[in-house]
Write a protein that binds this ligand. Structure first.
Ligand SMILES: [Zn+2]
Length: 61
């Protein structure tokens, strides 16, 4: 019995084996795509801080 996981990128069933070099991803391509998404996401958050709209709330009252 081989344990399987779902590829975080494409949701394909991946056998959890030592020879599955890209686990938990199904392939190198999916791993690189996921790392790219993570990197761009962190850059977007770091460059776009969310601040509370204090001025707007004061005018509302
Ligand atoms: Zn995949």
């Amino acid at each position: 019995m081989v344990k399987t996981v779902n590829c975080p990128q494409c949701d394909k069933a991946v056998p959890w084996r030592d020879e599955q070099a890209w686990k938990p991803f199904c392939s190198e391509r999916c791993k690189l795509i996921d790392l790219g998404d993570w990197a761009s996401e962190s850059h977007r958050i770091a460059g776009d801080p969310v601040l509370p709209p204090e001025n707007n709330s004061n005018e509302f009252h």
